[in-house]
Each structure stands twice: as structure tokens, then as C-alpha cells.
Design a protein around this ligand. Structure first.
Ligand code: NAP
Length: 484
């Protein structure tokens, strides 16, 4: 769908590089909450001006230098644990904002709030051990490696899990002694502010966590700013390419958590009912708007008809409605624009030869951005859909001869984020998992996330890891100290 253009002008004479960013959403540059269930505009927020941005950068830098970096793990941990406790004391208040701004079913919003609290607690508890100094055996006297914070970090985050995405970035880095500034997606400004208030209420000093309502041009300014030491982005490949390039020009390290088109492989010895159950939740959770969602269903011939029949039957049962209502099982997409883009991708797939087995249309009679659960088949290599990510309830179905063909198809993708393998032979599942070129593979389940499990991808899905012990090591200085 979306088209973004990046242009470079290499001015070799001066040695400087002029970098032009063309945002796609020019018409809605302001930060705006719109309820995707009924199209109602809830709140708008202006972007801050450059003087206000400078104040925030200066405050963050001051906070790092004079306050946060000097705090003990116990002091930082108290702030994060308090933030987790607040999320658990008032889950409804936080969850409803997610549902209002991006349409997630309320029970799933409550789940996201609980997961965000768990991430805060996880790093509050384990950060000190993860970053403990390491002695190195060397014949040259005494040597050790200490992990020290590097400074102010900048994060660019997406709307699909408005708190969880921030928790993944902020919790480990704050515990490491860095301070963070976040440009959240322009469609979830109330969630963005709620998290900033949460951190202050939990006792974080001003400048430890800073929300930035800034333009794309200002994003570039922030990346260029000498006080910013590294950049993390979660979002699309297009945004990742722009932000990583800019950071690269400044020799700043980045982590990139980008799109995915997870293969969901069903082998001949799979438990079919289990596979179907996970296929449905893997494709439909968050209305299909998850980077790790199962998107390509690759089923061996002997299981294909049975799988399709049960999968489609289950997808027929989804009931669209108000995502605040606990009876609703199908939420709207995050915005009218998201629906338009997805419908466009389906049309393009069909024009390229795909067959619609079910769905394929917007749901009539609903005001909101509702997409029918959709299954596409007969997608051959020449079809643009073959290499695309469908960010919504659209499943691509592929029939293959055997395990080898399934692995080959799974790996024939520009993405490398997640994937699943269904088999009752766990050793076989592990062998297949080792052959899949992604950052995460799940045997007998769809993708899921937990604070202690590393999260991230390879290929166009990005690089670096969030969560787990790995997630706290990305932006620390591994400093060698040697005594002769
Ligand atoms: P997006 O358009 O790339 O937006 C993500 C963030 O990047 C937003 O804050 C957005 O700001 C900003 N952004 C976009 N273009 C930019 C530019 N040219 N310069 C600076 N900032 C820019 O992605 P999305 O459509 O919201 O999210 C869906 C994508 O994210 C999917 O591809 C999904 O797979 C991926 N995702 C990946 C992970 C992961 O962990 N791997 C997790 C979740 C989502 P505005 O809102 O102001 O445009």
C-alpha cells in the first residue's frame, strides 16, 4: 500500500549529505485520536515547535547526566515496579484508551496492559543481574567488562500495541541507566500521553521518559542531535529505511523491529484441531494487525482440505461490533486508511490471479473500518501479494507437497520475523524450525510474546532484539577495564 519516497543528494563538494524525507500522511500531520469504530474525532494535539523540542532535549540530557545515570539499580527498579503496580491498579483506564484510539477489543487491550506491566516488572527485577560486570580470564593482569549507559535514546513506535511497544523499549533502557524520548504513532496520542504521565506518577524524574509530538522533519532533527546516542524503531520497512539511514549518516546505532509475513506450516502429522485453533487466533488477534501474526498458511497436501474447511468455518463465526462490548469478536481496523490500503492489496492480489475463498470486502452496515475475515488462495510467485505483508484479517493459503516444499516456501519471503510449525513429533518440529530463516519460530502455537523471550527478526524484518536478557544489551557501552 503506502508509498514513501526517500531521496538522497550527495553533495561531495561540501561532504555533507542532504536528506529529504517525504511523509505519506501529509494531510494528517497533527496527532489525532479518531475512534475507528465510528470515525469520530476524539482529540487533536499540535506538534511542538523547535524551541519546545530543544527544551525537551535539554531536559532529557540534563536528567541523564545529573540524575538518572547516577541512580542505583534499586532506585530505578522502584520507579518501574511502581509503574507496573499502577497499570495493575487501574487497568481499565489504560485499556480503554487503546480501544478508543485504535479499536482493539477491550479484553485484548486489558491483556496488553497486563503484559506491559509484566515487562516493567521483569526488567525491574533482572536488570542488575543482566548487566553485572564480567571478569575476563586473561594472561595480562586483571580485566573486566562493565555495562554502562550511553545517554539519551530516541524511539519511534507504532500504534498497533500502543503501550507494549513502548514498554519493550523503555523498560530495559531505563533500567540500564539511559533516558528515552519517544515519537509515538500520530494515531494514538492519548496513549502516548498516558504512558508519559504513568512514568511521572511512578516517580521518574522529568526527562527520564519524554513523549514527543513531532513532525517527520523534526524526527530527522532529533536523530541528528548530538545528545541523541542511538535510535530504535518499530514499524514498517519504509519508516525503518528512512530512520536507519538517517541514523547511519550520524554513525548512531539502531535497532529495527519491522514487518513480517509469518509462515504457519502444518505438516502431515499435525494435530489438525489444534492447528486450526492457533491459525484462527494467530491470524485474527488484534484484527490481524500484528507484526508476528500468522499470515501465510502453508499446509501439506494430505491436511489441506481438512484444514481449509475448519479454518473457514471458524472465521465465519467472527462478529463485528463495538470493541468496547465484550460480546464483539471482530474489531475494526485501526483506521479508515488502513482499511482502504488492505482492500487495495486484496484487489491487487486478485488482479494478479489470486482466488478469494471467503471474504475480501469491507463489512457493510458497519460505520467503522471493518474488514471481512478473508482467505486468498492460488497466489503464485508473480503475484505482488506473494511478497507483501497483509496487516489485517486476510490469510494467504498455500498447498504444498511435503515438508521440504513447506520450508522452501516459508523462506521465500523478504521478511524474517516469526513463524510456526505444527507437528506431533517435537524433534521433527525442532529440525524444521532450524531451517526457517526468521528470528522466532513457534512449534505448535502461533507467535506470542513474553518478557523473558527475545523478540526480533532478520532480513527485511529488521535487526536487533527486544525483551529478554538480549534486549537490555543493545544500547549499553560494554566497557573494558583492564588493570596491568
Ligand atoms: P509506520 O507507518 O512505519 O509507523 C511507525 C512509526 O514510524 C510511527 O510513529 C510513524 O509516525 C513513524 N514514521 C512513519 N514514517 C516515518 C518517516 N518517514 N520518518 C519518521 N518516522 C516515520 O508503521 P505502522 O503502519 O504504524 O505499523 C505497522 C507496521 O509496523 C507493520 O509493518 C508491522 O509489521 C510493523 N510492526 C513491527 C513490529 C515488530 O516488532 N517487528 C511490531 C509492530 C508493528 P506517524 O504515525 O506519525 O506516521
Amino acid at each position: 500500500g503506502a508509498q514513501r519516497e526517500v531521496r538522497w543528494h550527495d553533495k561531495r563538494v561540501t561532504g555533507s549529505i542532504d536528506f529529504v524525507i517525504q511523509p505519506i500522511k501529509k494531510e494528517i500531520m497533527a496527532y489525532q485520536s479518531t475512534n475507528p469504530y465510528n470515525g469520530k474525532v476524539l482529540q487533536k494535539f499540535d506538534e511542538i515547535n523547535d524551541a519546545a523540542l530543544e527544551e525537551k532535549l535539554s531536559q532529557a540530557s540534563h536528567c541523564f547526566e545529573n540524575e538518572w545515570r547516577a541512580k542505583s539499580f534499586a532506585e530505578r527498579s522502584a520507579v518501574l515496579a511502581r509503574a507496573a503496580a499502577i497499570l495493575r491498579e487501574r487497568p481499565q483506564e489504560f485499556a480503554e484508551l487503546i480501544t478508543l484510539e485504535m479499536g482493539k477489543l477491550l479484553p485484548q487491550s486489558l491483556g496488553e496492559v497486563a503484559l506491559s506491566a509484566a515487562i516493567l516488572d521483569y526488567y525491574a527485577e533482572h536488570a542488575e543481574a543482566f548487566l553485572a560486570p564480567e571478569k575476563i580470564a586473561t594472561p595480562r593482569g586483571e580485566a573486566m567488562v562493565e555495562s554502562s549507559p550511553i545517554g539519551v535514546l530516541f524511539g519511534v513506535e507504532p500504534w498497533n500495541y500502543p503501550y507494549y511497544q513502548i514498554a519493550r523499549f523503555a523498560a530495559p533502557n531505563l533500567m540500564a541507566g539511559n533516558v528515552v524520548m519517544v515519537k509515538h504513532a500520530s494515531s494514538v496520542p492519548q496513549c502516548a500521553l498516558a504512558w508519559e504521565r504513568l512514568m511521572l506518577e511512578a516517580g521518574a524524574p522529568a526527562g527520564a521518559y519524554t513523549n514527543l509530538f513531532i513532525s517527520k522533519d523534526q524526527v530527522a532533527k532529533v536523530i541528528d542531535d548530538v545528545r541523541i546516542r542511538a535510535v530504535a524503531l518499530t514499524g514498517s520497512e519504509a519508516a525503518g529505511a528512512v530512520v536507519a539511514a538517517r541514523a547511519g549518516q550520524n554513525l548512531k546505532k539502531t535497532t529495527m523491529e519491522l514487518g513480517g509475513s509469518g509462515a504457519f506450516i502444518v505438516l502431515d502429522d499435525a494435530d489438525l484441531d489444534k492447528a486450526v485453533k492457533h491459525a484462527v487466533s494467530g491470524r485474527m488477534s488484534n484484527s490481524g494487525q500484528a507484526c508476528t501474526a500468522s499470515k501465510r498458511f502453508i499446509v501439506v497436501e494430505s491436511m489441506a482440505d481438512g484444514f481449509l474447511e475448519k479454518f473457514q468455518a471458524a472465521l465465519e463465526n467472527f462478529k463485528p461490533g463495538d470493541p468496547m462490548d465484550k460480546q464483539t469478536t471482530l474489531a475494526p481496523l485501526s483506521s479508515a486508511e488502513a482499511l482502504k490500503n488492505l482492500l487495495g492489496q486484496v484487489d491487487e492480489a486478485v488482479a494478479g490471479g489470486a482466488r478469494v475463498l471467503m471474504g475480501g470486502q469491507r463489512i457493510e452496515g458497519q460505520e467503522g473500518a471493518f474488514m471481512q475475515p478473508t482467505v486468498l488462495a492460488d497466489i503464485d510467485k508473480g503475484n505482488p501479494a506473494y511478497r507483501q505483508e497483509f496487516f489485517g484479517p486476510v490469510a494467504m493459503f498455500f498447498r504444498v507437497a511435503d515438508e521440504d516444499a513447506a520450508v522452501a516456501l516459508a523462506n521465500d519471503s523478504p521478511f524474517g520475523l516469526g513463524g510456526s510449525v505444527f507437528t506431533q513429533d517435537i524433534e521433527r518440529g525442532k529440525r524444521v524450525a532450524r531451517r526457517i530463516d526468521t528470528g522466532m519460530v513457534f512449534i505448535n502455537s502461533g507467535a506470542s510474546s513474553s518478557p523473558e523471550l527475545p523478540f526480533g527478526g532478520v532480513k527485511n524484518s529488521g535487526y536487533g532484539r527486544e525483551l529478554s536478557g538480549a534486549g537490555i544489551q543493545e544500547f549499553v557501552n560494554k566497557k573494558l577495564i583492564r588493570v596491568s
